[in-house]
Design a protein around this ligand. Structure first.
Ligand SMILES: Cc1ncc(COP(=O)(O)O)c(C=O)c1O
Length: 354
C-alpha cells in the first residue's frame, strides 16, 4: 500500500512489526504478566486518575520528576532522580537512546538471537546494525572480542535475553564495557524474574558513564497497558536524552497510573515467585517430553526443536494456545502464564506431539 507514496527508500517494502493479537483462551506470546490488578488496586488506579483529571487542560510535568523519584527509590542501589529517565515503554527508551547516541553514520551491535526491536529501532533511527553472535548455549563468552573487532557506537546486551532467557554475568558485561568505545545498553526488561543470585547491571553503574540499564513495568510489574519503561544511567546520559525526547512525551495519566502501580509494588510483584516456579516446572516438563528447553531467568521458555515449527505453532493455536514463533530455526517460545494456562499448554502440546 505504501508503494505509491514517497516513503523513505530504506523503509520501502518493510512490514509492520508485531506479534499477533488474537482473542484466544491462552495468550502466551508476548511475555506479559498474566495476573491482572486486584479490585483494590483497580480502585487505587481509578482514584489516581480522578485526582489529576481536573488538570488535564495543562501539559504534564515534562520531566516526570515525581515518577522518576519513585522509580529511583524502587531500583535502590543509591540511585537518585537525576540518574533515572522514563518514557512510553522501554521501546521508547531505546528509541531515544538511539536518537541520541546512534543515527546516520553510526552503528549498533547486538548478539543474536535477541530482542528483535533492537535492530528494528536501529533501522528507523538510521543506525547501522551489526548482528553479533552467541555461544552454542546462548552465552556471551565472545562478546567483548566482537566489540573490540567492530568498535560499535552502541552495544546492546539483553539480560535475561529474549527469546533465550539467558542472564549475562556481570564480569562479562564489565569486559564488554571496557572494550566498547561507545554506549553499552543492558536491556533488563525481565530482571525481576532472575533465579536467585542473578545479579543486575545496576551494580556496575558507579564509575561507568557510558553504561545504561533499561527496565520496564510491562513484565514483572504487570503493567504492560500502562506503557512505562525507564532507565538508570549517569546524569549526563539523561541530559542527552532531553535533547531528543518530544516535549511532554509522558502523559499526566501515564505518570499518575505508573505512580499508583509503583505504590502497589508489593501486590504487583507478588506473582513473580509463582511465575518463576511455574517457569522452572515447565522447563522440567518440556525436557521430560524429550524436547530441548533453554535455561531461563525470564518469564518465558525457549523450547524445541521442531522440523516444522510453524506447524507446531499453528496446531497449538488451533487448540486455543497462542505462543510465539521466534528464535533460532526450529524453536518456539512460550510465556509463563497462570497454572491453568500452563496446564492447557501442556495438554495441547502433548496432543500435538502424539
Ligand atoms: C528485551 C525486551 N526489551 C524491551 C521490551 C519492550 O517492552 P516495553 O516497551 O513494553 O517496555 C521487550 C518486550 O517484549 C523485551 O522483550
Amino acid at each position: 500500500m505504501t508503494a505509491s507514496l514517497p516513503i523513505r527508500d530504506d523503509l520501502r517494502g518493510m512490514h509492520a512489526y508485531g506479534a499477533p493479537q488474537l482473542d484466544v483462551r491462552c495468550q502466551l506470546n508476548t511475555n506479559e504478566n498474566p495476573y491482572g490488578p486486584s479490585p483494590a488496586l483497580q480502585k487505587a488506579v481509578a482514584d489516581a486518575v480522578a485526582a489529576i483529571a481536573g488538570s488535564l487542560n495543562r501539559y504534564p510535568d515534562r520531566d516526570a520528576v515525581a515518577l522518576r523519584a519513585d522509580l529511583a527509590a524502587y531500583l535502590g542501589h543509591g540511585l537518585t532522580v537525576d540518574q533515572v529517565w522514563a518514557a512510553n515503554g522501554s521501546n521508547e527508551v531505546i528509541q531515544q537512546l538511539l536518537q541520541a547516541f546512534g543515527g546516520p553514520g553510526r552503528r549498533a551491535l547486538g548478539f543474536e538471537p535477541s530482542y528483535s526491536m533492537h535492530p528494528l529501532i536501529s533501522r528507523v533511527t538510521c543506525t547501522g546494525w551489526i548482528a553479533g553472535t552467541r555461544d552454542a548455549d546462548y552465552g556471551l563468552s565472545t562478546a567483548a572480542g566482537q566489540v573490540t573487532l567492530h568498535q560499535p557506537d552502541v552495544v546492546f546486551i539483553t539480560s535475561p535475553n529474549n527469546p533465550t532467557g539467558t542472564a549475562v554475568p556481570l564480569d562479562l558485561i564489565a569486559a564488554v564495557y571496557d572494550a566498547a568505545p561507545g554506549m553499552v545498553i543492558i536491556d533488563e526488561a525481565y530482571a525481576e524474574f532472575g533465579r536467585d543470585g542473578t545479579p543486575s547491571a545496576l551494580a556496575l553503574l558507579p564509575g561507568r558513564p557510558r553504561l545504561v540499564v533499561s527496565r520496564t513495568m510491562s513484565k514483572a510489574f504487570a503493567a504492560a497497558g500502562t506503557r512505562l519503561g525507564y532507565l538508570a544511567a549517569d546524569p549526563a546520559v539523561i541530559e542527552a536524552l532531553l535533547l531528543v525526547r518530544l516535549p511532554y512525551h509522558l502523559s499526566t495519566v501515564t505518570q499518575a497510573v505508573a505512580r499508583a502501580a509503583l505504590a502497589a509494588r508489593d501486590e504487583l510483584l507478588s506473582s513473580v515467585d509463582a511465575l518463576r516456579r511455574e517457569r522452572d516446572a515447565i522447563v522440567d516438563w518440556l525436557r521430560a517430553q524429550g524436547l530441548r528447553a533453554a535455561e531461563s531467568d525470564a518469564n518465558f521458555v525457549l523450547f524445541g526443536t521442531f522440523e516444522d515449527r510453524h506447524k507446531t505453532w499453528q496446531a497449538l493455536l488451533d487448540r486455543g494456545v497462542l505462543i510465539r514463533e521466534t528464535g533460532p530455526v526450529g524453536w518456539l517460545r512460550v510465556s509463563v502464564g497462570t497454572p491453568e494456562e500452563m496446564a492447557a499448554f501442556r495438554t495441547a502440546l502433548t496432543e500435538v506431539l502424539r
